[in-house]
Write a protein that binds this ligand. Structure first.
Ligand code: NAD
Length: 250
């Protein structure tokens, strides 16, 4: 018996990075995985690899998010896990003095409004079942300030963390757990893209990681699998830091 036997998990941003690693991990533990992503080519390849399903979805589009969860339930009959994870890196210079309103809005739409929409359309299915586990991807910068200016990103992730706490409390008595995953820097295309724009940033970041390296996506996926599973049955409304010790360092 595996932890996710007979369970259905929707993963947004499952075509790459943390989402892809989690798709692999949950599928390896028995889950039927549904990947929602804007990247149809990589998303379909990921779904094929894990024996799952790909549904094209832009997480900032309300109708597409509603359809992602409804189609999943129509097809597989249940929604046990929603890993609301799709997100983008901040603009090149994300200082409050230089970030324009359009760039700010785009980061909020894809990193924060998306989580609002995914929770809004996942929760009613879980209410009907009387159970479910939601994991929202925030970041360690939601808990502490970033060492490099990234105001739109930090604010979006702070919003994800605050929303997660409130939803975790609101739906606890209905058997729905809602937790925020707060990764430190993870070796994914998102991070590589950020560091390609500013190579010195990687070195500066590394100084702050007591474990002395960035995480691999599979290490984050292991934490998501835990939070999403019944092993975490008494954990809700929490911030779950997987940050190599960053938040404990001075
Ligand atoms: P990634 O770029 O490897 O993957 C992100 C995925 O999201 C891609 O498949 C992309 O196509 C998808 N996506 C982007 N916009 C979308 C949209 N509008 N609708 C649907 N899908 C969309 O990134 P990652 O590093 O795996 O990041 C995943 C999450 O983890 C993000 O929310 C990110 O902010 C967060 N995070 C990452 C790190 C890190 O260091 N990599 C650290 C903390 C938090």
């Amino acid at each position: 018996m595996q932890r996710f036997d007979g369970r259905v998990a929707v993963i947004t941003g499952g075509a790459s990075g943390i989402g892809l690693a989690t798709a692999r991990r949950l599928a390896s533990e028995g889950a039927k995985v549904v990947i929602g992503d804007v990247d149809a080519v990589a998303g379909k390849a990921a779904a094929d690899e894990v024996g799952g399903e790909f549904i094209a979805a832009d997480v900032s589009d309300e109708a597409q998010v509603e359809a992602l969860f409804q189609t999943t339930v129509d097809k597989f009959g249940t929604l046990d896990v929603a890993f609301n994870n799709a997100g983008i890196s901040p603009p090149e210079d994300d200082s409050i003095l230089t970030t324009g309103i359009d760039a700010w809005r785009r980061v909020q739409e894809i990193n924060l409004t998306s989580v609002y929409l995914c929770c809004k359309y996942a929760i009613p299915h879980m209410q009907r079942q009387g159970k479910g586990s939601i994991v929202n991807t925030a970041s360690f910068v939601a808990v502490m300030g970033a060492a490099t200016s990234q105001i739109s990103y930090t604010a979006s992730k702070g919003g994800v963390l605050a929303m997660t706490r409130e939803l975790g409390v609101q739906f606890a008595r209905e058997g729905i757990r809602v937790n925020a995953l707060c990764p430190g820097p993870v070796n994914t295309p998102l991070l590589q893209e950020l560091f390609a724009k500013d190579p010195e940033r990687a070195a500066r970041r590394l100084v702050h990681v007591p474990l002395g390296r960035f995480a691999e996506p599979s290490e984050i996926a292991a934490a998501v699998a835990f939070l999403a599973s019944d092993d975490a049955s008494f954990i809700t409304a929490s911030q779950f830091l997987v940050d190599g010790g960053i938040s404990g360092a001075y």
